[in-house]
Design a protein around this ligand. Structure first.
Ligand SMILES: Cc1cc2nc3c(=O)[nH]c(=O)nc-3n(C[C@H](O)[C@H](O)[C@H](O)COP(=O)(O)OP(=O)(O)OC[C@H]3O[C@@H](n4cnc5c(N)ncnc54)[C@H](O)[C@@H]3O)c2cc1C
Length: 406
């Protein structure tokens, strides 16, 4: 597939980004050009099956040291001053060509699994996090269930952990779990009595079974499935965080994941704008290029403003988190803005590209088009890792206070 020039470089300037983050952007952009771009169309359009897990790209990411970016040096990480900012920048760069890959191999693996392990008790952290950084296992992060996902309250959660000698016995079913068809380890949120506890279970243990990958509208390469647990033993020392502190652990990782969804949204919006603008400058309608039509000039001027805002928001969220260890409201704003923007920009991009936007591959010429897959991939950003209504609730809570919002 031929990709147009990236307008992010001329329209958006990383003027205030720390030099180390700018260096990460340049490094990962080169990696993505070499490794992801050549296979992106296949990753974005091949229907789900266990065989399509992008093992070669996963290994290449580990070899290139991309999994070291979010973490400190004691576990083999890079020890950056602004690790969250850099991690989000990696997601934007990966997501420009493949949202599914960015979501599964970086948001899922490095943030949801990796950042949870970074907060785990030291023995667990030191055992598994260096291995994750070296790319030695694929992990999964499981909170959602058939009857509980937005609502993670104790009374909704059906997966249970009961005390047995030396550890826990887990029973229940998790749903839509990213990377589960190929994962070796899973972080699983369980109801233990009247509280929630996060455990790290071996996917190869007796009693764990994984369904076939779900067939989804988009993000095909992000494989998800049901995972069921029947009397699965988890040793005591695989308790992640304190007993009863599971929700706190999960929400900590999800807050970072939300910033990541914002960054991936920016990537999709930027890729759509780049493709559409290039097309508009070449395609003539009624004797003039589409780019001469003021309607479309203004429409894409609005989208350029949106991209500037959404990118600035995810960067501010990451920066504040790195400085202060918390950025709840910025994370909610970044996720809401970036995911909504992606849906809006790709819809207009397809509209102005007409048939060339709607088609995935032209049989006449064999030419491959990227917008069709971005349109399918964009929608889930508004739903997962806390639906956008939940992000509005978080923001409203910061405006009005819990007494009004609950
Ligand atoms: C591709 C994909 C990957 C996923 N990966 C994972 C994973 O790795 N691990 C994991 O645990 N889960 C994962 N999920 C699950 C995902 O996080 C849930 O789908 C998401 O949390 C929404 O839950 P639900 O689909 O059950 O919707 P529901 O909880 O049924 O909510 C449906 C809708 O109701 C609305 N809504 C809910 N609450 C409110 C409210 N208070 N106010 C107003 N409106 C509201 C929202 O619009 C929401 O979209 C994944 C899902 C998908 C599709």
């Amino acid at each position: 597939m031929t990709y147009p020039a990236r307008r992010a470089d001329s329209l958006f300037r990383d003027v205030w980004l720390p030099a180390e983050t700018q260096a990460v952007r340049a490094e990962v952009r080169q990696f993505v050009q070499d490794v992801v771009r050549p296979v992106a169309h296949r990753l974005n359009t091949t229907p789900e099956s266990k065989d399509i897990f992008p093992r070669a790209e996963f290994d290449a990411m580990a070899r290139a040291g991309l999994y070291a970016i979010p973490f400190p040096t004691d576990v083999g990480g890079r020890g950056l001053e602004f690790p969250t900012l850099a991690t989000l920048t990696v997601l934007e760069e990966l997501g420009y060509y493949s949202r599914g890959l960015a979501s599964a191999l970086y948001d899922g693996q490095a943030i949801l699994v990796g950042k949870t392990l970074d907060k785990a008790p030291q023995a667990l952290r030191m055992h598994y996090l260096p291995a994750l950084i070296r790319g030695e296992f694929v992990g999964a992060f499981a909170t959602s269930e058939p009857e509980a996902s937005t609502d993670l309250s104790v009374k909704s959660m059906q997966t249970t952990a009961s005390r047995v000698p030396g550890g826990w016995q887990v029973n229940g079913r998790k749903r839509w779990i990213t990377n589960s068809p190929v994962a070796e380890w899973i972080l699983v949120l369980c109801r233990a009595g009247e509280t929630l506890t996060m455990l790290m279970a071996d996917m190869r243990a007796e009693g764990v079974s994984v369904g076939k990958p779900d067939l989804k509208m988009g993000n095909h390469v992000q494989l998800t499935a049901d995972v069921s647990f029947k009397q699965v033993f988890v040793p005591d020392d695989h308790t992640v965080g304190t007993e009863g502190g599971g929700l706190r652990v999960a929400l900590g990782a999800l807050a970072l994941g939300r910033m990541g969804i914002g960054a991936i949204g920016v990537a999709m919006a930027q890729a759509s704008l780049d493709y559409a603008v290039d097309h508009m400058c070449k395609r003539k309608v009624f004797g003039q290029e589409l780019a001469r039509m003021q309607h479309w000039q203004y429409q894409f001027a609005e989208h350029a403003v949106g991209i500037e805002q959404a990118r600035s928001l995810y960067q501010k969220a990451g920066y504040r988190y790195d400085k202060e260890g918390n950025a709840e409201v910025e994370a909610a704003m970044a996720k809401l803005t970036g995911s909504r923007l992606a849906v809006d920009v790709v819809r207009d991009a397809i509209q102005v590209c007409g048939g060339y936007g709607f088609v995935r591959e032209l049989s006449g010429t064999g030419e491959q088009m990227p917008l069709e897959s971005i349109y399918r991939d964009a929608k889930i950003g508004e739903i997962y890792e806390g639906a956008n209504e939940i992000q509005k609730w978080v923001i409203a809570r910061n405006i009005f206070g819990r007494a009004y919002t609950g």
